[in-house]
Write a protein that binds this ligand. Sequence first.
Ligand SMILES: [Zn+2]
Length: 79
Amino acid sequence: MTCDEFRQLLGDHLGGELVVEVRESFETHRVECENCEFYLESYTHTVKITRKLPKCGPLPSAVEARLREVLKDHLHGSG
Ligand SMILES: [Zn+2]
């Protein structure tokens, strides 16, 4: 699994929608790739926060844009 694939699967992972084989690859990549582990933790944390907010509606896309911006520096040049 590549870092790009990993990031594309984040949403499904959080929704519990990955089939077992994909989830195993996902977990393997997470363990082996510090950048993606950081990415996953940040993403999960952000999603949890946004889910706790009662009236935000479709906020997550804005939050995700912000998150990507923050993570861009961290991930830059390592891919
Ligand atoms: Zn990775």
